[in-house]
Write a protein of this length. Structure first.
Ligand code: NAP
Length: 257
């Protein structure tokens, strides 16, 4: 029960990797706040079954404005009184050839995958520093975990906005870790490989892409959402207090190939 009395905020908690992350923290006794636009009842039931407590927080993180993120953090703090961990997991992907890629798709991807994670971290970090918690060891540390991607390192195929947003979130992870390590804030990221969720349904449905992907993964299978959740619990816990600005690849060996 490493996370007993800890408040863990997970964005994109309604399904996929975010839901698995919520359950993994629940198994360690956390109070989980799940954020998404759609209904969070399924995640709430899974969290409570695993032994955690759950607060559903419906919000749209798609426009990526500073105010939207500030409001989300203020509303969560009003309910919980504190935040120990923020996992920026919500993300979208839009596929189109670069020459046809629309401004609307570009802005939607950047708003959700880059702007919101930065402004959410900014709001939590500001609360942590200005409330004096950074100077109070009994408050432990603030842990910020960003869900990046293999496309934080590679360009991908017909997903220019996604690749741009995921390269950038890896950079922001390092930038904030430099500035905030001295405030007892750890900022790290996970780069998941190819994970079987709705996000990758189109790839798995395409026999040629599916085979090409599987042929390159040394583990020889698509990852499961639970494969990412374990790394997230490690990055948010005290075993990783001396880890800052890292991007942890959990990819079945893809990048090492
Ligand atoms: P998913 O199954 O499509 O789930 C995405 C989650 O993000 C949902 O809970 C969704 O909730 C939430 N979300 C999307 N737009 C939102 C918005 N505007 N406001 C609030 N919440 C929003 O995707 P996933 O595969 O689990 O991916 C999770 C993260 O892992 C993403 O950042 C993704 O880029 C990253 N990732 C995934 C893979 C993979 O292979 N699956 C690989 C590398 C990285 P609602 O729709 O209910 O709002």
């Amino acid at each position: 029960m490493k996370y007993k009395n800890k408040v863990v905020v997970v964005t994109g908690a309604s399904r996929g990797i975010g839901q698995a992350i919520c359950v993994a923290f629940a198994k360690e006794g956390a109070m989980v706040v799940g954020v998404a636009r759609s209904d969070l009842a399924e995640t709430g039931a899974a969290v409570e079954k695993a032994g955690g407590k759950f607060i559903a927080h419906n919000a749209d993180l798609g426009t990526g404005t500073q105010k939207e993120s500030q409001d989300v953090i203020a509303q969560i703090l009003a309910k919980t009184g504190k935040i120990d961990v923020l996992v920026n997991n919500a993300g979208i992907i839009r596929r189109a050839p670069a020459k046809d890629f629309s401004e609307a798709d570009w802005n939607a991807v950047m708003g959700t995958n880059l702007n919101s994670p930065f402004f959410l971290m900014q709001a939590v970090g500001k609360w942590w520093i200005e409330s004096g918690r950074a100077k109070a060891p009994e408050n432990s540390r603030l842990k910020l975990v960003n869900i990046a991607s293999l496309l934080s390192f590679q360009g991908g195929i017909t997903v220019p906005a996604y690749a741009a947003s995921k390269h950038a979130i890896a950079g922001v992870t390092k930038a904030l870790s430099n500035e905030w390590a001295k405030e007892r804030i750890n900022v790290n990221a996970i780069a998941p490989g190819y994970i079987a969720t709705e996000n990758t349904a189109a790839l798995r449905a395409d026999p040629m892409r599916n085979k090409a992907i599987l042929d390159r993964i040394p583990e020889g299978r698509w990852g499961a959402a639970e494969d990412i959740a374990g790394g997230c619990v490690f990055l948010a816990g005290s075993d990783s207090d001396y880890l800052n600005g890292a991007v942890l690849n959990i990819d079945g060996g893809w990048l090492g190939r």
